[in-house]
Design a binder for this molecule. Sequence first.
Ligand SMILES: [Zn+2]
Ligand SMILES: [Zn+2]
Length: 297
Amino acid sequence: MEPELPPAWLVVREPKSKQPNLSAAFASKQDAEAYLASGDAWPGSGIILDSPEAKLRLSAFPLAEPAHVTVRENWLKRHDKKLEPYLKVPKSCELLVYVNGTDYAPLASRKAGLCPLRKGEQWPACSECGKALGYAGVIRFAGSRESQWSHGDALVVFYCFECMPADGDAGIRLTWLKDGDALELAKGRGSGPARIASNWELTEYVWDWEQDEKIGQLLHDQAAYAFFTFMWSTKIGGNLLWIQEDETPTCRCGKKMHYLGQISGHGDLEFGDCGVGYLFSCSKKKCLDTKMVVQCS
Ligand SMILES: [Zn+2]
Ligand SMILES: [Zn+2]
């Protein structure tokens, strides 16, 4: 768990106006200045340091960087009174937020990077189309809020990005690995430059599309839904929010499976259109099963 969120240096349009418009957020002032100098920023943009008191108009952006989480937390504080009636079913979870990096433990949470395989194991192939499965990422559950439901220290998720199965065994491979297992780090489909995760303990809320417009008018923020729920993100625990209808799997023992968390895609490996792989486990000794159900919009 990360102790403290980074500062958020914001590149804003019309910095002198009553409500500057947020274009981008960075954890360091240098990165914000580099963005401003790059020519990608709107002409006349400026830099401000975010705080709950900042006057700001937001446009939607994914919580893809730690500084984005800071922006979200400040937004919630800034509007706490107005938002209060809309913050339904608060539930804490661990949101995984990714940064580029090269230094990571074999079973650290990440997207891309080298893929951990048991020593001597072949890169898995899809039993449907025969092509190599894509390596979606590693989620480390050891030490997390769901560790008692996990069947190893880290889960490696493989998926057939050709067949795009919604569930089942063909085209989905979920491998639990333990610290101390004899491993090798392999390159294959999806193992590009690593994106290393940090886990942020955050509260998420159930999102109700009917309130989208109300909040948009109230706060002049189109980002509201992305700040309420992490339904398109990679996370451990929290609210199980389906993009489509409820498809919670039933285990072979007959029990509904337990929601562990979920994984979203990376690079050219997307679970369909902004899709998510929902992860479930059964902790019964005779099962110890793990399943993934994929939905997209
Ligand atoms: Zn396939
Ligand atoms: Zn079971």
